[in-house]
Design a binder for this molecule. Structure first.
Ligand SMILES: NC(=O)c1ccc[n+]([C@@H]2O[C@H](COP(=O)([O-])OP(=O)(O)OC[C@H]3O[C@@H](n4cnc5c(N)ncnc54)[C@H](O)[C@@H]3O)[C@@H](O)[C@H]2O)c1
Length: 338
């Protein structure tokens, strides 16, 4: 099988590639990434010499480049991780999020239609469901919960999901969609909660938390997310949506305090800042469908996984510093000159 993996230099996609390139030496993995600020070639540079891995620097919005790539590589399956992913950026520049997350996704879907009805798996998010109240712990998102996004990021992800479902019904495109809650693990860009907290705490800098830190997220280790994607690709039913959750709801403040505790840092570093507009209160996922139908289960508890993740950032401070200095943006050009 030949898999085309878009957005494979980002956080979740690079972890996915490390997992599958090693697990399936007989399959081919073609990574397509335009290396936006969030795409870090250093995340996948160790895969470059593997015989079953190739990289193309391409923008998924570029229909001609995507068409040429499909004609050349003839993939059997697409896994679409490519997206603008930071909610704060979506509030400042909403159009870019629809251009990449909806139109970019459709460009790849159109190539799938044209080049032999290629299987398409979309990496969506639980954020398409909007949020839940803090005082109703009984409520969780199910696959048939109505879509009710609350910011331009989640609205653009929801838009792509809608087009995928329409393409399946109208053109018979063989699609699946997974909607996962918040991931944590190695290689997460230091604009998101966990790497920001670790990096600031190590420098004894104030740690900004939105509002009162009461917002609740459900946390999944990135390897458990990727294991679920692998199962969906091999055993999932075409046309289906699968929720992926971590059975691990935590208030943001609790997550920050856990990290400070692991690092033996004082809670006085916490600094509450003005809340994000439209900030979702609580996400909670019911993942019983993938558990019952595909036999998926978690292999990390939050308690073990967060310790291992904090250790990774502590031991890879050069990785964070490379991003903070902008040096990481030269990694791909350096490879070309090799
Ligand atoms: N991180 C999470 O907690 C989480 C949870 C659920 C779902 N998701 C979804 O998983 C996917 C990956 O998320 P992430 O956290 O790894 O994001 P990320 O921002 O770390 O990575 C996104 C990648 O996409 C690439 N990209 C962006 N625009 C592109 C374009 N036009 N053409 C080609 N490549 C482009 C970037 O260069 C980057 O490598 C996203 O679709 C996101 O919605 C993430």
């Amino acid at each position: 099988m030949k898999y085309l993996v878009t957005g494979g230099s980002g956080f979740v996609g690079s972890n996915y590639l490390h997992y599958v390139v090693n697990k399936y030496p007989e399959d081919q993995f073609i990574c397509v990434d335009m290396l936006t600020y969030a795409g870090n070639f250093n995340n996948i540079v160790s895969l470059v010499d593997k015989p079953n891995f190739k990289f193309y620097k391409i923008d998924i919005r570029n229909a001609e480049a995507i068409d040429t790539l499909f004609a050349k590589e003839r993939p059997d399956c697409v896994i679409n991780f490519a997206a603008e992913s930071h909610v704060d950026n979506s509030i400042k520049n909403p159009n870019l999020f629809s251009e990449t997350n909806i139109l970019g996704t459709m460009t790849v879907m159109n190539a799938c239609r044209k080049h032999g009805n290629v299987r398409f798996h979309q990496i969506s998010t639980d954020e398409v469901y909007g949020d839940l109240p803090l005082d109703r712990p009984d409520l969780k998102f199910k696959e048939d919960t109505p879509i009710r996004p609350s910011n331009p990021y989640s609205a653009a992800k929801a838009g792509a999901d809608m087009q995928l479902m329409a393409y399946q019904r109208t053109y018979g495109l063989p699609i699946t969609i997974s909607r996962c809650s918040n991931n944590y693990g190695a290689y997460q860009f230091p604009e998101k909660l966990i790497p920001v907290v670790v990096s600031k705490a190590l420098k004894n800098e104030p740690i900004p938390i939105y509002g009162k830190g009461e917002n609740i997220r459900d946390w999944v280790h990135v390897d458990d997310h990727n294991n679920a994607i692998d199962l969906i690709l091999h055993k999932g039913k075409i046309g289906e949506i699968y929720n992926i959750g971590g059975h691990s709801e935590k208030k943001n403040l609790e997550v920050v305090k856990t990290i400070l505790n692991i690092l033996k840092k004082d809670e006085s570093l916490i600094s509450f800042v003005d809340d994000r507009p439209g900030h979702d209160l609580r996400y909670a996922i019911d993942s019983s469908k993938i558990e019952n139908e595909l036999g998926w289960s978690l292999s990390h508890t939050f308690e073990d996984g967060i310790e291992e993740t904090v250790d990774w950032y502590v031991n890879h401070q050069d990785w964070i510093e490379d991003i903070q200095s902008g040096e990481y943006r030269k990694a791909y050009e350096k490879l070309l000159k090799r």
